[in-house]
Design a protein around this ligand. Structure first.
Ligand code: UDP
Length: 240
């Protein structure tokens, strides 16, 4: 089977992990994610992961002025570390070799991020989970995904969402909405389409990192993407 990518950066939000609940972890979903990742690894593709923390805590949730936003964001980043170590264990229980690197040091829990070590591990077939976001408040895990994807020289950032791509209108509200198969960075900006937050998007654009938006829980979606088929929406410079 001809494969389009050698190394991918897979980003999914914490919300994916809570399934139908409104907080925490649905073990069925974690197992499903692990099996998806295993099927990608079985194809020989190297997998780096950035996970969000929205199933536990987002900095923006804090309304009280007594807790500063930067503190709240540190709480959010810690939520991503909780997800990272949980995923590592579930991955390992499915026979994958996995490790967590965090942008925020939590002694005894995770090691720090090293692009060099991460690349060596990826090349050796290990799944490397990047937790702790960028390590800085006022950013999101989308920006972490763009940053880490560029740092470890991934071929593409695969951003999993609840919708199977980027549409010209909200497909939940408008049944006529049509999915874009491909877009250029310029089209995304001109048409004001929501792909990632601006910081994340600007990083990808400036470093020509392709972004593929897709629905990870849709049957066969990842496999189709890896074989270069029309699935989700691919955002590139426009010449690829
Ligand atoms: N966060 C942060 N800096 C980062 C990444 C994340 O401060 O570089 C914090 C922020 O408070 C955010 C929370 O961590 O709300 C969880 O991340 P995110 O909202 O991106 O998670 P997702 O929505 O993808 O689950």
């Amino acid at each position: 089977m001809a494969l389009k990518y050698r190394r991918i950066l897979l980003k999914f939000s914490g919300e994916v992990l809570m399934g139908e609940a409104d907080f925490g972890w649905d073990m069925k979903v974690l197992t499903q994610v692990a099996l998806q990742v295993k099927s990608i690894r079985d194809l020989g593709i190297e997998v780096a992961i950035v996970v969000g923390g929205g199933n536990v805590f987002r900095g923006g949730q804090v309304q009280s002025k007594q807790i500063q936003r930067s503190t709240a964001d540190q709480m959010g980043m810690m939520a991503t570390i909780m997800n990272g170590i949980a995923l590592r264990d579930v991955f390992e229980s499915q026979g994958l070799s996995a490790s967590v690197m965090s942008a925020q040091a939590v002694s005894g829990v995770t090691e720090g991020f090293s692009a060099n070590t991460a690349q060596k591990r990826l090349a050796a077939g290990e799944v490397v989970i990047f937790a702790g976001g960028t390590g800085n408040p006022f950013f999101t895990t989308d920006t972490a995904a763009a940053l880490r994807g560029i740092e470890v020289q991934a071929d593409v950032v695969l951003k999993a969402t609840k919708v199977d791509g980027i549409y010209d209108a909200d497909p939940f509200k408008n049944p006529q909405a049509t999915r874009y198969s491909r877009l250029s960075y310029t089209q995304v900006i001109q048409q004001n389409l929501q792909v990632m937050d601006l910081a994340a998007f600007a990083l990808c654009r400036d470093h020509a990192m392709p972004i593929r938006v897709f629905d990870m829980l849709k049957n066969g979606a990842i496999e189709r993407i890896l074989q270069g088929e029309d699935e989700g929406t691919l955002v590139t410079k426009g010449e690829e």
